[in-house]
Design a binder for this molecule. Structure first.
Ligand SMILES: [Zn+2]
Length: 260
C-alpha cells in the first residue's frame, strides 16, 4: 500500500512537471514569457486553480476550456501522462542520495527531450534555450556520475559529439537546410556528447531507420502533408531515448553480430 502511494505521489509530481513542459513546448518557439499557464489561450480569462490539475482537469472538462468551451489539444494530457510515467519508471530504485541526484539529472534530460520532440513536431523548431538546457544537464550528468568523471572523459565526450554531428552537418550543408536544420545538427552533437560516439552512432542509425519507416508509411497512405512536413528532431529524440535506456544491451548485441 505504501509503495503504491509513493508511486502515485511520484506520478503526480511527474504529471505536474509535464504540465510545465506543455507551457515550454508552446511558448519557447514563440519566445513568449513562461510564467505559468494562468490565462486561457483563447479568451485570455484567468483560469481557476482547480482547472489546472494535470491529466484530471482535461478529462473532467471533457477536453474543452471551462470559460469559452474551446477544444483543448490532446497534447496536454498525453505529455502529462508520459512525463508522469517516466518519473515512476526512473524513480523506481532510488533510495540513496547518489542515485537520487542521478535520477533527477536523467529526468531533466528526458524532460528536455520531450520538449524537443513535441515542439519540433508541432512548430518545426527546436529552441536554442532547450538545446542549451539539454547540454548543461548532459554535462552535469558526466560530472556527477562518478564512474565517468574527469576532464579527459569530458574531452572524449566533446570529441564524440563532434564526430556524431558530422553526418548531420553534411546533410544540413549539402541539402541547403532543406533536409535538416541547424537545430538537428546541435541536437546530434549533444547526442554524441551524452551517449559517446558508439552509442551515439547507433542512436543516429535508429533515427534514420524510424524516420524512413515513417516516411514510407506517409508515402503508402499518400499523405502529402505528412510527407513534406516531417521534422527530423523527433526521430533523433527516439534514437537518443532508446540508447539511453537500452544502450548497453544493444551495443553488446551489435558487437556480437559483427564480431568486433
Ligand atoms: Zn477561454
Amino acid at each position: 500500500m505504501e509503495k503504491i502511494l509513493i508511486k502515485l505521489f511520484v506520478f503526480v509530481i511527474g504529471a505536474s512537471t509535464g504540465s510545465f513542459l506543455n507551457v515550454l513546448i508552446d511558448r519557447l518557439p514563440k519566445e513568449e514569457s513562461i510564467n505559468g499557464r494562468s490565462h486561457c489561450d483563447f479568451c485570455g480569462k484567468k483560469l481557476n486553480w482547480y482547472d489546472l490539475f494535470p491529466v484530471l482537469s482535461f478529462f473532467i472538462l471533457k477536453g474543452r476550456t471551462r470559460c469559452c468551451k474551446k477544444k483543448l489539444s490532446f497534447q496536454y494530457p498525453i505529455v502529462e501522462m508520459i512525463t508522469g510515467g517516466i518519473y515512476v519508471l526512473v524513480f523506481k530504485d532510488s533510495p540513496y542520495i547518489e542515485s537520487l541526484t542521478r535520477s533527477v539529472l536523467i529526468l531533466s534530460i528526458l524532460s528536455s527531450l520531450i520538449i524537443i520532440f513535441i515542439s519540433d513536431l508541432k512548430y518545426h523548431l527546436i529552441s536554442d534555450y532547450i538545446l542549451l538546457a539539454l547540454f548543461v544537464f548532459s554535462l552535469l550528468s558526466k560530472i556527477v556520475i562518478p564512474a565517468e568523471a574527469g576532464i579527459q572523459a569530458i574531452g572524449l565526450n566533446v570529441l564524440s559529439g563532434l564526430i556524431v554531428a558530422l553526418p548531420i552537418f553534411l546533410i544540413y550543408h549539402i541539402s541547403k537546410e532543406r533536409a535538416m536544420g541547424l537545430g538537428d545538427v546541435y541536437l546530434s552533437a549533444i547526442m554524441g556528447f551524452l551517449l559517446g560516439w558508439q552509442k551515439g552512432f547507433i542512436a543516429l542509425y535508429i533515427s534514420f531507420v524510424t524516420g524512413a519507416i515513417f516516411g514510407l508509411i506517409a508515402i503508402i497512405f499518400k499523405n502529402k502533408k505528412l510527407k513534406s512536413k516531417i521534422a527530423f528532431g523527433p526521430f533523433l529524440v527516439i534514437g537518443t531515448v532508446v540508447m539511453l535506456f537500452w544502450g548497453e544491451k544493444i551495443t553488446e548485441m551489435i558487437k556480437k553480430i559483427y564480431e568486433f
